[in-house]
Ligand binder design. Structure first.
Ligand code: ARG
Length: 463
């Protein structure tokens, strides 16, 4: 059992199957490069505290840089897989000992895998949260670019509630709505990335801190943290940052899922509101005519997976005593796979969305179908002095009559309601809106401008 970091107090070797069951190496390889960085932080703590010589620190730093390069080119993974390592911490430690000899044997002084994995996960969360923020902002930018075009064209959409025609809106309102949900997602990611720079767990050791004079400030500084963590027991068991990361991924994925549902329906011939490029469509193995919007269906499903993964990760910690317990390895696995799948879904959404072409003419032509101007007529009747109840009933009766006669609401209906000037067409409905935040073109333009400012501020913070 050469790969293990312990063994002196054991009289016999572990059951190989149980060791394999307990190994997190497969998952850990996704975070190996952050674990190598984490070790560089620990070298700074050892050196700053005078626990190792400057020469040893230089040898260890060189070895860890070699390991980082081997992780980047894939050779470290190939080397580690198939050996009996419990985790990436043991694998990197073994490789460092191969490269650095005696100095390599000094690396693990005053450190536990408990403070190590807690630190590595924060470094991982920082980068993944930044990636998530960039993806969310890219999607928001695509939405607002398209919103600007749709606003210029005054493209109309019969917006629905219960999937029934409700009221005419600008397509730009829908696109700006989607942009706003992704801006909120970006804000969550940015806040997770910031939280992941606050407290460095290194030096917390197994759970109680260390009797070695580790320079925790140096470790925190090298790894870009504001300060060392204040409580060793909390630091080794706390997974709030990665749970918040997974939550942000889940929320963004759910936003993409909801938009995907609408895009899937809009791509059907029955709607015909959008056309998806061949590049983002797939065919049927049987039906020669099919063009399916698979990426959006998969993203719709990815939302469900991310909810399950988040719930599983939180559940894995629920009821767990403070400090490190091995269940946290399950938490870590769920986080790594959940974040990987969720960010992949966001990237797919971004790519597929760029292949959507809106059928501005068809959408606008159908915006009045289903008596979507009825509410505007009722509003006009109220403004003329009627109560809400009276107006609702009177317009409802006009809708019933029009439906029986197989025609839309028209100027004659408006006249009979005593509001001859009221809008009976979808564009008139949109132009008649007066509240801030409404679908009126001026309100939508203001919202797009504001959203773009928020996006610019968030992007600036990321660069
Ligand atoms: N493989 C472990 C994990 O992923 C690393 C920490 C193990 N700590 C321990 N005391 N066994 O959580």
């Amino acid at each position: 059992m050469a790969g293990l970091q312990w063994g002196g107090r054991f009289a016999s070797t572990p059951d190989a199957s149980l060791l394999a069951f307990g190994s997190s190496l497969g998952d850990d390889l996704f975070i190996a490069r952050f674990d190598a960085l984490c070790s560089l932080g620990h070298v700074a703590a050892l050196r700053g505290g005078g626990i190792i010589s400057d020469d040893d620190a230089a040898v260890l730093t060189d070895a860890l840089n070699v390991v980082s390069a081997e992780i980047a080119d894939g050779s470290f993974n190939a080397w580690a897989i198939g050996q009996s390592f419990e985790d990436v911490h043991g694998a990197i430690d073994a490789r460092v000992r191969e490269l650095a000899g005696k100095a390599g044997e000094r690396l693990h002084a005053g450190r536990s895998r408990n403070d190590q994995v807690a630190t590595t996960l924060q470094l991982y969360a920082r980068e993944m949260a930044t990636n998530g923020a960039r993806l969310a902002l890219d999607i928001a930018a695509l939405c607002e670019d398209r919103a600007t075009v749709a606003l210029e064209r005054q493209t109309l959409l019969a917006a629905t509630t219960h999937w029934q025609p409700a009221q005419p809106v600008l397509l730009a309102l829908w696109l700006d709505a989607l942009a706003q949900s992704f801006v909120r997602a970006a804000e969550r990611f940015v806040s997770v990335a910031a939280d992941a720079t606050r407290f460095c767990p290194l030096g917390s050791a197994a759970l109680a801190g260390s009797s070695l004079p580790l320079d925790r400030d140096a470790a925190a500084r090298v790894l870009g943290f504001a300060a060392p963590s204040r409580n060793s027991l909390d630091a080794v068991g706390d997974r709030d940052v990665v749970l918040d990361l997974l939550n942000a991924v889940m929320r963004a994925t759910v936003s993409a899922s909801r938009a995907s549902e609408e895009l899937v329906i809009w791509a059907t011939p029955a709607f015909g509101y959008i056309r998806l490029d061949d590049a983002a469509s797939t065919g049927s193995s049987l039906m020669p005519q099919k063009r399916n919007p698979d990426p959006f269906e998969l993203v719709r499903g990815a939302g469900a997976r991310s909810i399950g993964t988040y719930a599983g990760a939180v559940a894995s910690i629920n009821g767990m005593a403070l400090s490190y317990h091995r269940d946290l390895q399950e938490t870590k696995s769920l986080v790594i796979h959940g974040v990987g799948a969720g960010l992949a879904a966001l990237d797919a959404f971004r790519r597929a969305f760029a292949h959507v072409h809106f059928n501005h003419v068809e959408m606008t032509a159908r915006a009045g179908a289903g008596y979507t101007v009825a509410t505007d007529l009722a509003d006009a009747v109220i403004l003329a002095g009627a109560t809400a109840r009276e107006a609702h009933r009177a317009v409802g009766e006009r809708v019933l009559a029009a439906e029986e006669e197989g025609r839309p609401l028209d100027r004659e209906d408006a006249r009979r309601l005593g509001v001859p000037e009221a809008p009976v067409d979808p564009l008139g409905s949109v132009l008649g809106k007066r509240t801030s935040g409404s679908t009126h073109p001026d309100a939508v333009a203001a919202s797009i401008a504001q959203t773009r400012e928020e996006m610019a501020a968030l992007s600036k913070g990321l660069s």
